[in-house]
Design a protein around this ligand. Structure first.
Ligand code: ATP
Ligand code: MG
Length: 415
């Protein structure tokens, strides 16, 4: 049998890839804490209805991307394609709907059956945040500022642009939708064949059409901005002035619509030109009906999710492991002594590894290659005096150090 491969669209996180991934999560975690967000972790599979009920039957995710199967007990299970619906399910399940607001963040694998390409996988990872119980546009702005802080801390501040749009409230969207459908009907002859089918099933999808013919006609279609009612307009103004107050720059882009049904008012994406077609690194918006659909009360919320792989690819520098200290014991007794010294160094927070294979020369070659900062050499003579030979591998200086002083000497150099 030939070597087994990972399933298409999945990848192993190993070495530098894992370090990049980890750096994204750690950085986000640090920033999220300064905003008072707490980490939640929900199962990676859920009752299929958690997603099918909420994301919208016609959304790309539900209509063609979900990993859904029946388990051995006959339940329909779905590997989570996104985090928001699951967090809202957990809010209700855990009886937290009266303890608002809840400021939650999560990270972990998501699953979508997509055509794999650079920046697009079948198992990928997201880090996300949800502020549940968010009444005013100030909270939307704050949550967006938090995302921007994370991107800045990752060193991506200059690589990404915030694009912002409003989807208005349901009434505004309905008024616009009616005008739009009427416009499409009047111009049905000018539509592409594919869009004529959409006209019956899901007319708003026509807006995403890539056909030249459709695009020409869309130029004169009713603009959503003209259908915002007073409440929606007020929210939109409030959002933009709050973002200014937080010092967050943005560009307005009426084409940001979000693929899922549950969004209203705020929609935004942080985009980069550096990843080709997969340019959105973090995206989110306001949603109002989701908690209710999970069996709770109607609670408005604002949230976002960032693609960890896409963020990790953009990082300029990759954090390294701290340089280690190599213990090089010569002789059986020295190995045992090295074990106890290694334990003490590690307790002091230092990285220590014991090198036992081969002759002295081979060992020192390996130690230098490993990038260690120091080598601790000990044999019978050192054991008798309760000392070690401490060699600084960059200056090549060597000194005899009493075992009892080792932690102090080594920690001093690292403060
Ligand atoms: P796209 O338009 O790229 O398909 P989306 O609208 O489906 O994105 P969201 O559901 O908003 O994406 O997910 C938030 C983020 O998660 C995206 O901006 C992206 O960075 C990342 N992401 C989404 N799908 C994938 C995937 N298949 N592989 C890698 N990252 C992904
Ligand atoms: Mg998608």
């Amino acid at each position: 049998m030939s070597g087994l491969q990972p399933p298409r669209g999945t990848h192993d996180l190993i070495g530098e890839t894992m370090r990049r991934h980890h750096h994204v999560v750690e950085t986000a975690r640090r920033v999220l804490r300064t905003y008072g967000f707490e980490e939640w972790s929900t199962p990676i599979f859920e009752d299929t209805r958690v997603f099918s009920r909420t994301l919208g039957e016609t959304s790309d995710v539900v209509s063609k991307e979900m990993y859904t199967f029946e388990d051995r007990g006959g339940e329909s299970i779905t590997l989570r394609p996104e985090g928001t619906a699951a967090i809202c399910r957990a809010l209700v399940t855990n009886g937290l709907t009266q303890s608002l607001p809840q400021k939650v963040f999560y990270h972990g694998p998501m699953f979508r059956y997509e055509r794999p390409q650079k920046g697009r996988y079948r198992q990928f990872h997201q880090i996300g945040a949800e502020l549940i119980g968010a009444e005013s546009p100030l909270r939307d702005a704050e949550t967006i500022a938090m995302a921007q802080d994370i991107l800045r801390e990752l060193g991506l501040g200059d690589h990404v642009t915030l694009e912002l749009n409003t989807l208005g409230d349901l009434a505004s969207r309905q008024a616009w939708r009616e005008a739009l459908v009427a416009y499409f009907r009047d111009h049905a002859d000018a539509l592409s064949e594919e869009s004529r089918v959409r006209l019956e099933a899901n007319p708003l999808r026509i807006l995403d059409s890539k056909s030249e013919q459709d695009r020409k006609m869309l130029d004169n279609a009713p603009a959503f901005a003209d259908y915002l009612n007073d409440d929606s307009r007020q929210f939109w103004d409030g959002l933009r002035s709050s973002l200014q107050a937080f010092g967050v720059d943005f560009v307005e882009n009426p084409r940001i619509v979000r693929g899922l049904d549950y969004y209203s008012h705020t929609a935004f994406e942080f985009v980069t030109s550096k990843l080709g077609a997969q340019g959105t690194v973090l995206a989110g918006g306001r949603y109002e009906g989701l908690v209710e659909q999970m069996g709770g009360p109607a609670i408005p919320a604002i949230g976002w999710a960032g693609g960890i792989e896409r963020l990790a690819m953009l990082l300029d520098s990759v954090p390294e492991l701290p340089a280690g200290i190599a213990l090089v014991p010569m002789g059986d007794e020295a190995v045992l002594k090295a074990a106890s010294i290694a334990r003490a160094l590690r307790s002091a927070g230092l990285r220590a590894e014991i090198e036992t294979r081969g002759n002295m020369k081979k060992r020192m070659e390996r130690v230098v290659k490993s990038g260690a900062s120091h080598a601790i050499v000990l044999g019978d003579e050192e054991i008798a005096k309760n000392v070690v030979q401490l060699r600084d591998l960059s200056s090549r200086e060597q000194q005899e150090v009493p075992v009892a002083d080792l932690v102090r000497v080594l920690s001093a150099g690292r403060a």
